[in-house]
Design a protein around this ligand. Structure first.
Ligand code: CO
Ligand code: ZN
Length: 333
């Protein structure tokens, strides 16, 4: 699965510009599904039919955070805004690659009296141009961080684990599954990082009976880290809440029971910030029971996001078991 993950994370696909990764996913899964299509926003929807069964929407987002050029000055330096949650602390000295192949470095306005973290407005991209005429960029061009995949054995690092690791989990699940108790919509969504926009329309269109997002979550296992009971290597996490949702208690129960029966390690997750596509599913139409299977990830939204491959493997195992074990959704009692 590491090979699949490596392929996926190396493809540049900032929010709104997911074409390349969508093509890759489509090619990998087309023979495995009954139906596949791209909706008007660019979400990829692949269906495994099962007449009369509950309809489950599984979603992982294809996009990654990125940068968009807003202004080019006379010396050829480009100013930018973020596409999604890019933090200035991770930018200075970093390198970026535009979708048209242009590469550059991120510099910062000089302030020799301060080591404070500058806001994004103080940063610029330098593509090595001598002036504006030489600068090959245009307003609206988009870039991602330039940082190659790093294989650390049991652990792996990339600029785009969020959420290509979720994409990899869905593809691998599709490859390994034989039959399922659900009719399943595998949805690869666009524009999650700018506010779960793709999943919002996908959930409306699919009209699922229940939904699960597979996405990364933060951890509390680094020096003086944020107090959080999730760590790398202790299994995938069952989300209880984040800033965007309270996971449906019936879905939490279903996930926990299934993990315990199958003796698959899992963690209970409370994330005090952030959100996922599951929020869009939960609030779709007149409401849908939804939850999240989370992959613990250090340094989320930094250019070096780290996951543990055993957690990834266990996420696939748990998902495969969940597909054999429909939950009871008849009442809230
Ligand atoms: Co994210
Ligand atoms: Zn994500």
């Amino acid at each position: 699965m590491k090979e699949l993950l490596k392929d996926l994370v190396e493809i540049p696909a900032p929010s709104g510009y997911e074409n390349q990764v969508r093509n890759y996913i489509r090619q990998s899964i087309e023979p495995l599904v009954d139906e596949i299509r791209v909706d008007s926003m660019g979400n990829l929807l692949a269906v495994r039919r099962k007449n009369g069964a509950m309809r489950l929407m599984l979603v992982a987002h294809m996009d990654e955070i990125g940068l968009m050029v807003t202004h080019i000055d006379r010396q050829g330096f480009a100013r930018f805004v973020s596409l999604g949650g890019v933090m200035p602390i991770h930018c200075v000295g970093g390198r970026v690659r535009f979708l048209n192949g242009v590469q550059g470095v991120i510099g910062v306005e000089k302030n020799p009296t301060s080591y404070e973290i500058p806001p994004l407005e103080k940063l610029f991209i330098d593509v090595g141009a001598a002036n504006a005429e030489e600068c090959p960029l245009r307003i609206g061009d988009v870039a991602v961080f330039e940082r190659p995949f790093l294989d650390l054995g049991k652990r792996a690092v990339s600029k785009a684990m969020d959420d290509r690791v979720g994409v990899a989990v869905l593809i691998e699940t599709l490859r390994r599954m034989e039959k399922s108790e659900f009719e399943i919509y595998f949805v690869f969504s666009v524009q999650e990082e700018v506010g779960v926009r793709g999943a919002t329309v996908a959930a409306f269109g699919v009209e699922p009976d229940l939904g699960l997002a597979v996405d990364v979550t933060a951890t509390g296992d680094t020096p003086k880290g944020h107090k959080m009971e999730v760590r790398l290597g202790a299994g995938p996490a069952v989300k209880i809440r984040d800033a965007g949702m309270l996971a449906d208690p019936r879905i939490i129960h279903w996930m926990v029971q299934t993990a315990e029966k199958a003796k698959i390690p899992y963690q209970r997750e409370i994330l005090e910030f952030g959100g996922t596509d599951a929020r869009a599913i939960q609030l779709s139409r007149s409401g849908v029971p939804a939850g999240v299977l989370s992959i613990p990830c250090r340094y989320v939204h930094a250019p070096s996001e780290m996951v543990d491959m055993e957690d990834v493997e266990n996420a696939v195992k748990l998902l495969l078991r969940l597909l054999q074990t429909p939950p009871r959704l008849d009442s809230h009692s």
